[in-house]
Design a protein around this ligand. Structure first.
Ligand code: ARG
Length: 583
């Protein structure tokens, strides 16, 4: 379906042409004077210069060519603006088409295209922390948005399962339990099926090893050696690695499930490893790599650079590959397996330079062909109320699980206190509201900006919050449930001013979704539904929907509420949460 603005513009362009002017002057925009009109066209002012005529004359001639039935108001005003208010019939027709079309008639611009969204990046053996929250939430939302526009979407978790952290754990474990068969190079039997540690122990081993590395160069050396041997395939280390992976991945899955975040691909950095040798050969054969201080690097600076862009390191002087090597090799794998049209990465914005280097290296070497778009979204930091990166009260990094738990406890207290639902529904409803509070709180900010995590504000039932949106949906649901069968009712002409505002807001759905997609900006979906919910509530307050005795009129109210509910639910689905039945 065409967007309403495009339809109105089309009509305006034809009117300009019929009046003898260039159709290109017919561009219509949403009015910047909503007190005067809904839409406006300023084309006559520009046309005046070209045709050497008074703008108001041109505007009047164009207005005379517009079909009066489409507008409640269509007038030329000094010095030459054309002001428009749409007619109820025009609006009802448009919304009825939107109501009956699949996915509200959104244009499936992504049909036939594939995107890989890289929005996990958790490191094995380290608990998920709040740094992983933003990539998970923003990435999941963008993935759903791409899918909505018809893209084939692959969310890849890209586990950090291969680096020094693995060697550190192995080295630390060897010190603690040297008798284990994993460390005996002559051992040829089968390794135990059960891991020699619990998840809790594992999560304690890593920070201990990491701290030790800084003080104990000997230990650091052992960890590097263990990393190298793991990567070269030493069987005992591989077996240990499997244990670490199994425990860690099971735990991550649980937390991502809680967040309603789902990855289609569970590959990790280790899966890119087999692609590295051929990739390096290829880069070398093209003469793109040079030796620098014992390391193999690929210069990626460009003359137009305003800041220095250092070369992309491919192989370190000790022979090991690093983060950039893995990312490039992962691109090789993704191109080979999925032939994507776009690769989208979400990380903290501090990784911006890394992605700049990797993207340039990928282009130069041809690993990623020109037809495949590359985008990195570097998101801002989640801060505490003091404006500094969010920490636990003890000053540590907060585990994601704890953050979700705190938010859930906070919301549960409200749900219980306000007796929102029956006792047996408390847990389910709490979870739904807590998710909305958390995700909307994050997504309503522009991804690149830092924001302040404020539980009170995020979980409030009023204001620009997730729970407020849910509350609006629940209100509509309750009206619809009281009314009965509603989903076949056609949209009617607006019965009052609030109905018209609500209808106008509904027509803006497609434009808002397109803007969110184009700008990788779920915050635009939030802004849209906040506005839409406002109009729903104004309409509800001004209109005795369930008390209306004129049944035909009432059916129109209900149809409008039904469409608003469906649009709001579609939007919150795109944001990654859902609405309860009662609240
Ligand atoms: N594991 C990485 C980290 O913790 C994030 C990975 C992001 N994705 C990527 N393809 N580099 O920093």
């Amino acid at each position: 379906m065409e967007k309403i603005l495009d339809i109105i513009t089309g009509k305006m362009e034809r009117a300009f042409a019929e009046a003898g002017f260039d159709a290109a002057f017919g561009r219509v925009t949403v009015s910047n004077r909503p007190d005067l009109c809904e839409y406006q066209c300023n084309g006559a002012l520009a046309a005046a210069k070209q045709y050497k005529r008074a703008p108001i004359q041109i505007a009047n001639e164009v207005v005379s060519k517009l079909a009066a039935a489409d507008y409640d108001l269509v007038e030329a005003v000094m010095p030459g603006f054309i002001n428009l208010k749409l007619s109820g019939a025009f609006l009802a027709r448009y919304l009825e088409q939107m109501r009956t079309a699949p996915d509200f008639g959104i244009r499936k611009t992504g049909e036939g295209k594939t995107i890989v969204v890289d929005y996990g990046g958790p490191n094995v053996a380290k608990p998920l922390h709040i740094g992983h929250l933003r990539s998970a939430i923003i990435g999941e939302s963008l993935k759903r948005l791409y899918k909505f526009f018809g893209w084939n979407t692959i969310g890849d978790i890209h586990l950090g399962d291969w680096g020094l952290q693995m060697g550190l754990i192995i080295a630390e474990l060897q010190e603690r339990q040297p008798q284990l068969p994993y460390f005996d190079p002559d051992y040829t039997g089968a390794y135990p099926a059960e891991p020699p540690f619990t998840l809790t122990e594992l999560e304690q081993i890593y920070p201990a090893a990491s701290a030790r590395k800084k003080e104990d160069p000997d230990f650091a050396g052992k960890a590097h050696q263990a990393t190298f041997e793991l990567q070269s395939g030493r069987p005992g280390y591989r077996a240990l690695w499997r244990h670490i992976m199994d425990l860690s991945v099971a735990d991550m899955t649980r937390i991502y499930d809680d967040l309603d975040v789902h990855f289609e691909s569970w590959l990790g950095e280790s899966d890119a490893d087999p692609y590295i040798p051929a990739m390096l050969e290829n880069i070398k054969a093209q003469g793109l790599a040079v030796m620098s201080e014992g390391a193999l690097v690929m210069p990626v600076a460009e003359p137009t650079d305003k800041k220095e862009v250092p070369p992309c390191i491919l192989v370190k002087s000790d022979g090991s590959s690093i983060y950039a090597t893995t990312d490039l090799a992962t691109m090789v794998q993704r191109m080979a397996d999925w032939r994507p049209d776009k690769l989208l990465y979400l990380t903290d914005k501090r990784q911006a330079l890394h992605f700049e280097q990797v993207f340039r290296a990928a282009r130069k070497s041809g690993i990623v062909p020109p037809r495949t778009e590359l985008e990195h979204i570097g998101f801002g930091t989640m801060n505490g109320k003091d404006g500094k990166p969010f920490k636990t009260r003890e000053g540590g990094v907060m585990r994601l699980e704890r953050l979700i738990g705190d938010m859930t406890d906070f919301v549960r207290a409200k749900v219980v206190e306000n007796r929102i639902v029956e006792a047996d529904q408390v847990e389910a409803t709490t979870k739904i509201i807590a998710m909305a509070a958390l995700k909307y709180g994050d997504l309503s900010n522009q991804p690149t900006k830092d924001y302040i995590f404020d539980m009170d504000r995020f979980a409030a039932f009023e204001g620009n919050t997730g729970p407020y949106i849910l509350y609006t949906i629940v209100r509509i649901k309750s009206i619809l449930a009281k009314y009965g069968d509603w989903d076949h009712l056609p949209v009617q002409v607006p019965a009052n001013a609030q109905a018209k505002e609500l209808m106008l807001a509904l027509t803006r759905f497609a434009g808002a979704m397109e803007a969110a997609l184009a700008g990788s900006a779920p915050n635009l979906i939030c802004a849209y539904i906040y506005e839409l919910a406002g109009w729903v509530n104004k309409f509800y307050h001004e209109t005795p929907i369930l008390k209306e005795e004129d049944h035909a009129l009432q059916a129109g109210y209900i149809a409008l509420m039904g469409l608003a509910k469906r649009v709001l639910e579609q939007c919150i689905y795109l944001l990654g949460f859902q609405a309860p039945d009662k609240m």
